[in-house]
Design a protein around this ligand. Structure first.
Ligand code: KDO
Length: 357
């Protein structure tokens, strides 16, 4: 294909229409072909020109390398390389080394980043009604989550995300069910037992509200700082899915796991809409398929991991407490329903979410 364009274009000054015809025959997107022609005009060889036309997809995430949503990015990269050999250059940036946690959607909208794994809390900053998915005890389990986001509700709630955030969610990734972990040995049965506990939450108002609803004193902190804060006692605990707590080694600096199961957490492998729209329809389809492959890999492995991680933590000397989950659910739900959040959720959406089976 590049040699086809090379023969057609090299040394010629072409009209826009002629150029488009050549590109169409070659099946190349406008931007890539344009870059290629410029490159050839400047005297680069065809392989050099081709290297320059690879669509770079930088993915930024705070995930640590051992976590499933970090590993799934390699699945994404490999899957895309298989379906579209040589067309994409996927670059994976873990540990928030490229963009700080929570700043990725704005970076994508501004054209500074191509891809990220974004949360419902990130989305809620711009699309407030999305906060329904940040509330405790709404999504029942991973299967419920996948059915919500891969069905008509997902289609509906992602529309304003694409319009207002200028970011397109490609697949729904099960991050796991969040539990509370404490650095001390403590018996927690109800939210009242978390009174005064400095519980680290990610830094956004939706997260802090969840910490408060659980009965704790929420303390905002970036993911990368949690380990040290637990170790030094700056915080008393944190909440995360247990596979993530294993991958980030939080268990090494914790003594108690409280199985509150308060948030069935979903994150979204997403792409800047501008980047997606600049691709050919075939490329878009391949990117979407690769994102589905990645989510499938993460979801299957994480669900398996959640089954045995409790035993692992016990073997590491942690105490695992089963609290009164019904009491937690009641207190947390009441807190949300009497808050400003419930007022902005679209009418009937909660009932529709509950009805998804
Ligand atoms: C966290 O900071 O606790 C959190 O679990 C929040 C998620 O939305 C997500 O950002 C996650 O961190 C990171 O991907 C690291 O696992």
């Amino acid at each position: 294909m590049p040699s086809f364009i090379a023969t057609q274009c090299k040394g010629k000054i072409m009209s826009h229409n002629t150029l488009q015809t050549v590109m169409r025959k070659a099946g190349v997107g406008t931007l890539s072909a344009f870059t290629m022609v410029i490159a050839l005009g400047l005297g680069f060889s065809a392989p050099q020109a081709m290297a320059q036309t690879k669509q770079v997809l930088r993915i930024s995430t705070p995930a640590v390398p051992d976590d499933w949503h970090a590993k799934m990015l390699t699945v994404f990269k490999d899957s895309l390389e298989k379906s579209a050999p040589g067309e994409f250059d996927v670059q994976i940036h873990l540990n928030a080394s490229l963009f700080k946690q929570g700043t990725e959607p704005a970076a994508m909208a501004r054209g500074n980043l191509e891809m990220a794994i974004i949360s419902s809390q990130d989305i809620s900053k711009i699309v407030p009604e999305f906060s329904i998915f940040t509330a405790g005890y709404i999504v029942r389990d991973p299967d419920h989550q996948q059915k919500i986001f891969n069905g008509p509700i997902g289609e509906e709630v992602f529309k304003p995300v694409i319009q207002k955030l200028e970011v397109t969610p490609l697949s729904t990734v099960y991050l796991g069910t969040r539990q509370v972990m404490l650095r001390d040995d403590k018996d927690v049965k109800t939210p009242a037992d978390l009174k005064g506990v400095k519980l680290r939450m990610p830094a956004s108002k939706e997260w802090l509200f969840l910490g408060e609803a659980l009965g704790a004193t929420p303390t905002p902190l970036a993911y990368g700082e949690v380990y040290l804060a637990l170790k030094t006692g700056t915080i008393d605990g944190q909440d995360n899915p247990l596979p993530s707590a294993r991958a980030a080694k939080f268990f090494e600096v914790s003594k108690t796991v409280v199985m509150t199961s308060h948030l069935v957490d979903g994150i979204f492998l997403s792409i800047a809409s501008k980047t997606l729209n600049a691709m050919t329809p075939a490329q878009q389809q391949k990117v979407r398929a690769a994102a589905q492959d990645a989510a499938k890999y993460n979801n299957e492995n994480r669900i398996k991991d959640e089954k045995d991680v409790v035993e692992y933590f016990k073997s590491q000397g942690l105490k695992v407490v089963t609290p009164n989950v019904d009491e937690f659910r009641k207190v947390v739900q009441e807190k949300y329903l009497s808050s400003e959040y419930a007022g902005i959720w679209p009418k009937g959406l909660l009932e529709r979410i509950n009805a998804v089976r």
